[in-house]
Design a protein around this ligand. Structure first.
Ligand code: 13P
Length: 336
């Protein structure tokens, strides 16, 4: 248990956060489509190599979440990605769920799968060097959703996943994501996030999961992407902290946010605002995918000559989010 707790703490060490680079083959294809790069085993490998070999990354990034294909891949010089991370002092992690599937009896809702054979897969991932894992459940708001039944089904699966991870000596990140899709308001997101977290912590306790050896990854409380009225950073920061303080037990070492479709600037400025406000005991950090990678992808566009520019873009976003950990980020630090 001690190792698990230490790894969980290390992942949310002050000034550091997690890079989510665990896009499934389908999701990375969408990202590559946006920059007109064909998604092949080789281009995915080249792109991930660019990310993981970014000079100075370990100053701001504590851990990286990998996908099954990526944890088995190597850089051009023959060192495995895991070896590169270990040498830099970055903790390798692995996405282990197998995706959100329609939940029988609950039209429009999903349950995340991946429990079958998970003990054996975790054992292999541990041998490959993974020290933490991620499981993402998605919750949709609108038209009477989410239902208590779907929230409970996802929470139960996440608790069983978390228990298996801890048995394997791997820190589980449990990620219930209330999606930004829809026109709901801030209050609806706060209510759905609170209800999701309440049932999640009940299931984690029932499954005898050690809360000090686990991280929560969650959405910020925001209005739906197509809501008439959007919210200010202050409103979002206050609603998010109120929601988390009401639902997340104090023993949890850290809460990390996903970016979920927010702009990279918002992902940073909102985290910054929350860390300025304070009022919670856990570390409040980031585990961004798009909000860390978007400028880097746009700079790269598959061109080997653009690798240094793409790495500089990633290092910059990582540094800005590192500053947001202590509430010392300022938008004037962004390039004009
Ligand atoms: P985004 O920050 O792009 O939402 O990705 C984080 C993640 O890991 C989603 O599961």
């Amino acid at each position: 248990m001690t190792d698990l707790r230490q790894t969980a703490k290390d992942l949310v060490a002050p000034g550091k956060g997690v890079l989510a680079a665990d896009e499934s083959t389908g999701t990375i294809k969408k990202r590559f489509d946006s920059i007109q790069v064909e998604s092949t085993e080789q281009t995915r490998r080249q792109y991930r190599e660019l990310l993981f070999t970014t000079p100075g990354l370990a100053e701001y990034i504590s851990g990286v979440i990998l996908f099954d294909e990526t944890i088995r891949q190597s850089a051009a010089d023959g060192s495995t990605f895991v070896q590169i991370m270990d040498a830099a002092g970055i903790i390798p992690g692995i996405k282990v769920d197998t995706g959100a599937k329609p939940l029988a009896g609950f039209p429009g809702e999903t349950v995340t799968e991946g429990l079958d054979g998970l003990r054996e897969r975790l054992s292999e991932y541990g041998q490959l060097g993974a020290r933490f894992a991620k499981w993402r459940a998605t919750i949709l708001i609108g038209g009477g959703l989410p239902t208590p039944g779907a929230m409970r089904a996802n929470a139960h699966a996440m608790a069983r996943y978390a228990a298996l991870c801890q048995e394997a000596g791997i820190v589980p990140i449990v990620e219930p994501e209330i999606l930004m899709d829809g026109s709901h308001d801030l209050a609806a997101c706060e209510a759905a996030t609170a209800a999701t977290l309440q049932v999640l912590y009940l299931e984690l306790a029932a499954a005898r999961v050690d809360l000090a050896g686990l991280l929560l990854k969650v959405n910020m409380v925001v209005p739906g992407a197509s809501a008439q009225v959007q919210a200010t950073d202050d409103e979002i920061a206050e609603a998010t902290i109120r929601c988390l303080v009401a639902t997340v037990p104090d023993q949890v070492p850290g809460v990390v946010f996903l970016s979920g479709g927010m702009s990279d600037g918002h992902a940073t400025s909102r985290l910054n605002r929350m860390n300025q406000l304070g009022g919670f005991l856990w570390q409040l950090s980031f585990s961004y995918g798009r909000a860390l990678q978007a400028p880097s992808l746009a700079a790269w566009r598959g061109d080997p000559a653009k690798v240094p520019a793409a790495q500089a873009a990633l290092a910059h976003r990582a540094k800005m989010n590192s500053l947001a950990r202590s509430g010392t980020y300022d938008p004037t630090m962004e390039p004009a």
